[in-house]
Every structure is written in structure tokens, then in C-alpha cells.
Design a protein around this ligand. Structure first.
Ligand SMILES: [Fe+2]
Length: 191
């Protein structure tokens, strides 16, 4: 993506604590810790509510144990801002979670568009065998809150590989539902 002003990269070692199988993560970190596992490049004209950030994310394929490689995930700091993703290459899952803990996982093949509604936490997962490349677009004042996932012990479900190679949602045993007062405070941010 040319003509942009901003990009960031995540190395495998940066994703410590996200995956269920900590020993598999540690073993992979030994050999692939410095490898860039996803990269985001975007064009941000300004940070006004009426403008748009447009960009491309690229994710390498892989698994930690039986869990597919994924992004850290976030809710928008302005919680009522939506997002659009469109697959340019590969096969992914957009895992979305409402603040109340409802999960929607949308499989995305080539040229699939996914709409992430306002208030929904979202994370991209590469469930294919090649690079996953997606175009995205969201309001320029959205911002990102990454802590919301760590505060609940991860997202409610994990996207895991079945023995036949397909993906499935598995309960995350470390997940803690958001308390009513925390939920109220979060929703008030978008009021
Ligand atoms: Fe987002």
C-alpha cells in the first residue's frame, strides 16, 4: 500500500499471553519470536469524526498448538464506531464479541466483506494456509482500546483447528464476563 503515512508490525514474541497453550507458544517463540506475524498499513488523513481511515492488514498463517494465529483485537476507544473489512487474499475469521459477551464469528473467503457493528470487540484470525490480506475502513476518530480483552481474560471463545483442519469455536475457560457497572461505563462512552 503506497502513499500512506503510518504502519506497524507485530512480532510473534509480542503476542505473549494471548494463546491457550503457553508451552506451545514458548516453543514457537524460540524459533519464530522475531518473525513479523502481522502488519497494518493505513492512511489517516486526520482524526475527525467525519473522515475515514483506510488500510491493509497482512497476517501470516500458523497455529499455536491448535489455535490459529490472530491479532490482539480491540474495541474502538469511541465505542460506537463501526468498521468494514474486505478480504483481498486468503481465508480468515472475524471474531466479534458484544460487551455483554455474545460471539459472532464470520468466515471470510476471497472478496468477502465483513461489517463490524458499533460497540463490538473484534479480532482477525488467519484460518487458512496462506497469507490473509484484508482491506479495512473505519471512522477516523475511532481509536483502539486493547485492554478490554485482557481485562476479561481474553475473548469468550477461541478459534481452534479441528483434526480435519476446519476451525471451530471453543470456550475460553479464562474468560470473565464484564460486570454490570463496567458494562454501563463502557456503553456510556458511546452515548
Ligand atoms: Fe477496529
Amino acid at each position: 500500500m503506497k502513499g500512506t503515512g503510518h504502519s506497524y508490525q507485530k512480532k510473534f514474541a509480542d503476542l505473549s499471553g494471548m494463546y491457550a497453550d503457553a508451552s506451545a507458544f514458548d516453543a514457537l517463540r524460540e524459533t519464530r519470536g522475531d518473525e513479523v506475524v502481522y502488519e497494518v498499513t493505513d492512511f489517516k488523513p486526520n482524526d475527525r469524526a467525519g473522515d475515514l481511515i483506510t488500510g491493509v492488514t497482512r497476517m501470516v498463517p500458523g497455529q499455536v498448538g491448535h489455535e490459529f494465529f490472530m491479532t490482539r483485537g480491540h474495541i474502538h476507544a469511541q465505542v460506537d464506531r463501526p468498521e468494514m473489512y474486505f478480504v483481498l487474499r486468503g481465508k480468515g475469521v472475524m471474531q466479534m464479541e458484544s460487551p455483554e459477551g455474545k460471539t459472532e464469528a464470520m468466515e471470510m473467503g476471497l472478496h468477502t466483506m465483513c461489517y463490524v457493528p458499533p460497540y463490538w470487540i473484534h479480532r482477525s484470525i488467519n484460518v487458512g494456509t496462506e497469507e490473509l490480506v484484508m482491506l479495512f475502513c473505519y471512522p477516523a476518530d475511532s481509536g483502539q482500546n486493547y485492554d478490554i480483552i485482557a481485562q476479561s481474560g481474553g475473548m469468550r471463545h477461541r478459534v481452534m483447528a479441528r483434526t480435519d483442519g476446519a476451525w471451530e469455536l471453543v470456550d475460553n475457560s479464562a474468560y470473565r464476563a464484564r460486570a454490570r457497572d463496567a458494562l454501563g461505563a463502557l456503553m456510556a462512552l458511546g452515548a
